[in-house]
Design a protein around this ligand. Sequence first.
Ligand SMILES: Cc1cc2nc3c(=O)[nH]c(=O)nc-3n(C[C@H](O)[C@H](O)[C@H](O)COP(=O)(O)O)c2cc1C
Length: 248
Amino acid sequence: MEDIKTMFEERTSVRRYEREPITDYALSVIYSAILNTPTSYNGQQFSVIDISDQELKEKIYDLTGQKQIKTCNRFFVFCADYNKITLLAEKKGLQMPNVTHTVDGVMVGIIDATLAMCNAVIAAQSCGLGSCCIGYTRTANTEKLAELLNLPKGVFVVCGLAVGVPREKPDVKPKQPKGVVIHNNVYNSEGLAEKLENYDSMIKAYNAVRSGTKTDNDWCSHILDYYKEMMNYKMLEYLKRQGFDVVR
Ligand SMILES: Cc1cc2nc3c(=O)[nH]c(=O)nc-3n(C[C@H](O)[C@H](O)[C@H](O)COP(=O)(O)O)c2cc1C
């Protein structure tokens, strides 16, 4: 295995994959990483749908428009999941608290599923594979996707992850510097706007010369455009349909 620090520094999303399948060993490493995810109270409030069926991948591509989903070897869908504990509680005749009606219940499910996905990203990279998180799995055509994946009440999609043998080595995107991301002991807003302005210019310069499509985007307006799009997502309705009728 390459040096861990270098591995983290060189991580990028990979969106183009070879046709060859990932090995059984690599898949078992990814599964181990997922199964031993740290979770709230060891509640394991998540499930993962491992999609290898090409026809199903293409149907999900049709819903999301993200071509990595049909070209990757495995598409993993990470879900928050309270169906499992509900089933067991019912079987044991125990009262299931209405945790799916609370913001914290939703947050715990999202945190558990996200940590599992993050473990899978690192596991894939350590096996020489490439991956790309696909947020459109959460936001595009939620009703149809829930139907395609046969999601019961108490389960909703947090994010998808495409994994395959890499066919590209993208540039590492410049990230915010240490002084902007990591605060020592307490949050420090001093000079933050100026440091962010520097980062904004750094991204603008990078976007002008990067390999692939070049743009004159800075970081701030690009992200604000994304937030504008985000304002149209109907997540509350989606959560309600999946049994998460959040009231507090
Ligand atoms: C939650 C999440 C959702 C994402 N959704 C998508 C997506 O739908 N399509 C895509 O091409 N990339 C997606 N990405 C990848 C990001 O665009 C990528 O991580 C970001 O641009 C930084 O690039 P890097 O991963 O190469 O450092 C997503 C990443 C995360 C963490």
